[in-house]
Design a protein around this ligand. Structure first.
Ligand code: ADP
Length: 457
């Protein structure tokens, strides 16, 4: 099958979050399964220098230069090179994001000529769905996060090149504005999201972000498919970022990674206290305020534990994390910024990984944590609910600790449970091993997408 993906970020060329990992790994797995796969993505600064093998794509009917790279057999990455829109720092959050990503989606639609399936991801690539209109191609749209919709003033609609009757409340109009995510959902043959639980949640006002009616109208054409992990990238046995290799069968190296992480971040070099990790965008979604509250309480009541954090985003949350680090030196260390290598080392060095998300479409960090032996402590929502088995299910199958309420108190209790688990080494080893042996590889996910594609092609 000839599949064309469109995504505004693709690892290792660009990344702000899980979208980059998910699209890269899905495309790679589909190519490995024998499909002919392309991914269209913008050419951001630094990519051309880091990947000197880029070649010009001839004869593309696209209003920009396009470069191609073939990182794997059957897999081509197509970079849309338009310096006016993409040669700048920061992927999103510019005043002209409507212009930038409407342009990107128009290029995607032009590059889709030979594809049997066009699979767009999130609002930045959503407009390709209506632009492809009646073209003889299967149109798939994946929502990685419904909270980001690409909502812009109505006058931006004229940039889309679509007939004016598409600016209608049943199509791209949303309360008087242009809503690109909505257009992707409405015009796709199949809408998918990144976990079965989130697919159910999207039907409710609590999680649907105003689009619950649009999701409901999709009926059976809305499906949840859990993301997978690229274990070639995220592994503990052959990983240049880690201090020592380890695995479910040989965990000695885990302790060496914990000690290396403590040294790197300036935490006290202690073996007998649990180390909690978190890597996150500092956004309301991720429950960083809950994490701060629960950590503060646990630190004040003298609980023996350490915390290693990495993230950036909301300025107030960054400041609060800096303060906590300053007040509890040796016990708390938070690095503000984006650092892929440190993300691997926090996963490898932590005993527990905390994700108190208010909502979590899939979440990749808990899947990485399972493989890295950092027992996930998660709020039971979206992909976290689908991928983690709670301690309460029994030691034979448990892989983590789940809590239901979105509150500091619930997280505090969950941390208490984790500290108790740490004090019971045989039980901790069992739960950790269950997680390390769990398989969330893309093979299963790719098969599921293949089945879905077959229903529309
Ligand atoms: P989301 O896509 O909502 O941000 P996910 O859990 O799906 O959350 O994916 C987050 C991805 O981004 C993970 O690979 C995580 O390691 C990475 N990540 C997030 N913040 C940082 C950071 N500050 N430094 C390095 N990697 C980060």
């Amino acid at each position: 099958m000839n599949i064309l993906h469109a995504s505004s970020e693709v690892f290792p060329y660009s990344k702000t979050g899980g979208l980059a990992d998910a699209t890269a790994a899905l495309a790679k797995a589909q190519a490995a399964a024998g499909h002919t796969v392309s991914i269209v993505t913008p050419l951001y600064p630094g990519i051309a220098a880091a990947f000197p093998d880029l070649e010009p794509l001839g004869q593309a009917e696209v209003p920009a230069k396009v470069w191609r790279l073939e990182p794997e057999p059957n897999l081509t990455v197509l970079f849309v090179d338009e310096p006016r829109w993409f040669d700048r720092d920061g992927l999103y959050g510019h005043g002209d994001d409507a212009e930038r990503f409407i342009f990107f989606s128009r290029c995607v639609a032009r590059l889709a000529k030979r594809a049997e399936i066009v699979h767009s991801h999130d609002w930045q690539a959503a407009l390709a769905m209506p632009l492809l209109g009646q073209a003889r191609v299967g149109k798939v749209f994946t929502i990685h996060n419904a909270a980001y919709q690409g909502r812009f003033p109505a006058e931006k609609f004229s940039l889309t090149g679509l007939p004016s009757d598409c600016f209608d409340w049943r199509q791209l109009e949303f309360h008087g504005d242009l809503n690109l995510l909505k257009g992707g959902i409405v015009f796709s043959d199949l809408a998918t999201t990144v976990s079965p639980r989130y697919a159910e949640e999207l039907l409710t006002p609590e999680y649907g972000c105003g689009l619950e009616g649009v999701f409901q109208a999709k009926g059976k054409a809305l499906t949840g498919v859990l993301n997978g992990v690229d274990y070639a990238e995220w592994n503990t046995t052959d990983n240049p970022h880690l201090a020592a290799a380890y695995s479910a069968d040989a965990h000695e190296g885990k302790a060496a990674n914990k000690r290396a992480l403590q040294c790197e971040l300036g935490l006290s070099p202690l073996d007998d206290v649990p180390l909690f990790g978190n890597i996150s965008r500092f956004a309301e979604q991720k429950g960083i305020d809950l994490l701060l509250g629960a950590l503060e309480e646990r630190l004040s009541d003298g609980t023996a534990f350490q915390f290693a954090g990495l993230g950036s985003g909301d300025a107030g949350l960054e400041e609060a994390m800096r303060n906590l680090t300053a007040r509890f030196p040796g016990q708390v260390a938070v690095k503000i910024g984006f650092d892929n290598g440190l993300a691997h080392r926090i996963e490898a060095g932590s005993d527990f990984f905390v994700m108190p998300s208010r909502f979590e479409p899939c979440g990749l960090n808990q899947l990485y944590s399972l493989r890295y032996g950092a027992v996930p402590v998660v709020r039971a929502t979206g992909g976290l609910e689908d991928s983690i088995v709670d301690l309460g299910q029994g030691d034979e199958t448990a892989t983590g600790i789940k809590f239901a309420d979105c509150s500091v108190e619930a997280l505090r209790q969950a941390i208490r449970q984790a500290v108790a688990l740490y004090a019971d080494p045989p039980r901790l080893a069992k739960v950790r091993n269950n997680g390390m042996r769990a398989d969330f590889s893309w093979t299963r996910t790719t098969t599921e997408y293949g089945r879905l594609y077959a229903t529309i092609s």
